[in-house]
Ligand binder design. Structure first.
Ligand code: FES
Length: 167
């Protein structure tokens, strides 16, 4: 798919969502953002501009609101989306060290995607596997009892696998 096709597809998705909300109905902002993110995986610049036009809000205002809620992201997900659990059981077992390792290794913060598009990082609430704490999820697959060393190995393995497959 070309960039042009991608943009057109995104535009159509946002347009369709916006038709469900009356123009200028500003209290619809959060539900619209949630729906766009659910459909596209993130809030693109084009989507923000379109939403702003529809609701009569400046794009800067929408960014301001969206960044306040840390559920929103502004970059597409990476090929490998890593979620770090920040629930209590994981926190007690030092999930912070795992998260710090990922930030250092990938050179991104939660909510961001690496430049090569390989990894994206997110911090999430309890994923319901407290017995395996601390837990991380990669594309929905659970990795249990993580340590900084295990985390580094996992990233290395994923990079190697991606390279083998020509990514
Ligand atoms: S606290 Fe991490 S899985 Fe429940």
């Amino acid at each position: 798919m070309t960039d042009v096709e991608t943009t057109q597809e995104k535009t159509t998705v946002v347009d369709r969502i916006l038709t469900e909300y009356p123009q200028g109905k500003r209290d619809a902002l959060i539900p619209i953002l949630q729906e766009v993110q659910a459909q596209q995986g993130y809030l693109s610049r084009e989507a923000i501009v379109k939403i702003g036009k529809h609701l009569g809000l400046a794009a800067s205002k929408i960014y301001g609101v969206a960044t306040f809620y840390n559920q929103f992201r502004f970059q597409p997900l990476g090929k490998f989306h890593i979620q770090v659990c920040r629930g209590t059981a994981c926190h007690v077992k030092n999930s912070t060290a795992v998260l710090d390792t990922l930030r250092r290794e990938l050179k991104i913060e939660p909510g961001e995607t690496t430049r090569d598009g390989l990894f994206s990082l997110e911090v999430v609430a309890c994923v319901g596997a407290c017995g395996l704490a601390p837990v991380i999820c990669v594309n929905g697959e659970f990795y249990a009892s993580m340590t900084p060393a295990k985390t580094r190995r996992l990233i290395e393995e994923i990079r190697e696998r991606a390279e083998e497959h020509g990514n």
